[in-house]
Design a protein around this ligand. Structure first.
Ligand code: GAP
Length: 504
């Protein structure tokens, strides 16, 4: 595909996501919040299927991995020890003409001169490190502050037009966000900072795993190698959120910290890279679209002995889905040093105490959801009610990931026995899978609506089901396959087993 058709494809995907209720812009009716997204009724099902499957293969189907659900609010001490307070930043410049804040590496040169992509201005501030973490306060705030709320201030507001302002707000530094709204960024410190009352929204789920390493080890009584897995929200004040949900400010991660002996670190790195590639294949992302990019020595974090990015061919280019990193014993060493608490592992056989090494496969939920949608999106042709070929939009999700597994239709909505039988089938399937009942419109239209949201199977109750035409067909239904559009006749009594075998 060429660039413009890739861009068109992406536009169609974004529009379908909104139209059918996969993904909405957050706070849309108020103009939206840049970098934040809400998942609609179908998006939330897709996301859950992904997270549940990750949990199933990473935790439930293994006996060397246990789970954790850590807090999002994180004290500064944790993130100082991990290096995030000092080093989790991007260099950033401000355009002096339009005040846009831009990542230094994204200011492109035109004819040898750097130009602002927003207004074309050529005058920029010196690059400054912009820490990507969101800060917040815990407990009571400064009593001089009206109601304790943070009021987003526009430049007009700064001159006294709106809302209360803390005496500490340096309004001259408010800035326009990329969404056009005006926000107080993390660097515009609202109160004189009191470290004890401060917390960060975690920028990754990993740190709570390291901090709880000893507790989890003690209660689970695992022997090396073993892992701790976590799925949860992470927050990064990205300078330029972009490519739909790809780079967001609020997102979810699925992370595993797999602890091992130092001499086995590289072995487990290779093992986890392969496991993770298999995972993507098992959710319907073909190996041909996945790339394991080995990060060269000079680009790796200084403590890592080996890192791969697993990349996917998105319509907007090849981009990272997941990082698989051998982080040595860096994190546990740092937390042991900073907290003064021992985080060692005791080897019963050798009677030695040591800090284990760790291999970390760290995947993004939202990026994988986006990859699933991009991979599933397809257009083909199918006959309409009159037999004329029309374009069919179809999401070819792997049945395991599909938000709705099976649709159930009575052939006609005004024939009570058909409706009653269809509802019986819904009741039969509902405890086992997400089903959708639809009786409105022509049957072809109903199939199309399900194709567009990726429902892999549709059951239709017709007059044969009632045994009106052929007694041998009584209590059978048609089962239609989304991809081939072929229909087969199956017994209602065999439906659940058949669907299970195809959904897995
Ligand atoms: N603990 C290691 C870690 O957090 P990372 O490469 O910064 O590593 C891991 O993040 C994964 O989290 C990425 O591969 C990506 O899938 C997801 N991720 C990171 N930043 C993101 C963002 N701004 N928006 C959406 N997903 C993001």
């Amino acid at each position: 595909m060429n660039k413009s058709s890739d861009a068109q494809r992406m536009e169609k995907i974004v529009s379908l996501c909104k139209r059918r209720g996969f993904i909405f812009q957050s706070s849309e009716i108020y103009g939206g919040l840049n970098g934040a997204w809400d998942y609609g009724p179908l998006g939330v099902e897709l996301k859950r299927n992904l997270k549940n499957y990750w949990w199933r293969v990473m935790v439930h189907e293994r006996d060397d991995i246990v789970g954790l659900d850590g807090a999002i609010l994180t004290p500064p001490a944790v993130l100082k020890a991990s290096g995030h307070v000092e080093g989790f930043s991007d260099p950033m410049v401000d355009c002096r003409s339009c005040k846009a804040r831009l990542r230094a590496d994204q200011v492109v040169e035109k004819k040898g001169v750097k130009q602002c992509p927003v207004c074309g201005g050529k005058d920029f501030t010196e690059p400054r490190a912009f820490n990507l973490m969101f800060k917040t306060r815990v407990g009571p705030v400064d009593p001089r502050w009206s109601g304790g709320a943070i009021f987003p201030m526009s430049p007009e507001g700064a001159t006294g037009a709106t809302g209360p302002v803390s005496p500490h707000v340096d309004v001259s530094r408010t800035r326009a966000s990329t969404a056009g709204a005006t926000v107080l960024s993390e660097s515009h410190s609202v109160l004189a900072e009191d470290e004890t009352a401060m917390a960060y929204l975690r920028p990754e789920t990993a740190q709570s795993i390291f901090v709880q390493f000893k507790n989890v080890l003690d209660v689970s009584r695992k022997k090396l190698p073993f892992g701790i897995a976590q799925i949860g929200k992470a927050f990064r004040n990205e300078i330029n959120p972009r490519n739909f949900t790809f780079r967001s400010r609020e997102f979810e991660q699925m992370e595993l910290e797999y602890f091992c002996r130092a001499e086995e670190g590289m072995k487990w790195l290779d093992y986890w890279l392969e496991e993770r590639l298999k995972f993507y294949e098992n959710i319907g992302i073909p190996r041909t679209k996945l790339h394991a990019h080995e990060i060269p020595d000079q680009e790796r974090a200084f403590y890592s002995k080996g890192t791969y990015d697993i990349e996917f061919d998105f319509p907007f280019g090849r981009q990272e889905l997941e990082g698989v990193a051998y982080r040595t014993d860096y994190d546990l060493q740092q937390h042991q040093k900073a907290s003064g608490k021992p985080l060692e592992y005791f080897d019963e056989e050798t009677k030695q105490r040591f800090i284990p090494h760790v291999v970390e496969p760290s995947a993004g939920v939202d990026r994988t959801v986006l990859a699933l949608i991009c991979e599933a999106y397809d257009e083909d042709t199918a006959p309409d009610e009159k037999g004329k070929l029309e374009t069919r939009i179809v999401l070819r999700f792997h049945p395991r990931m599909a938000p709705v597994k099976c649709a159930v239709f009575p052939l006609l909505k005004n024939k009570e026995p058909l409706v009653a039988k269809a509802k019986e089938i819904v009741d039969l399937l509902r405890p086992h899978m997400n089903v959708f009942y639809d009786e409105s419109g022509a049957i072809g239209r109903r199939y199309r609506r399900q194709d567009e949201i990726g429902t892999p199977f549709a059951v239709t109750v017709d007059f044969e089901t009632l045994g009106e035409k052929d007694a041998a067909l009584c209590d059978t239904v048609t089962l239609r396959d989304r991809d081939s559009m072929k229909q087969e006749r199956v017994k209602i009594s065999e439906l659940i087993q058949l669907l299970f075998s195809r959904i897995a």
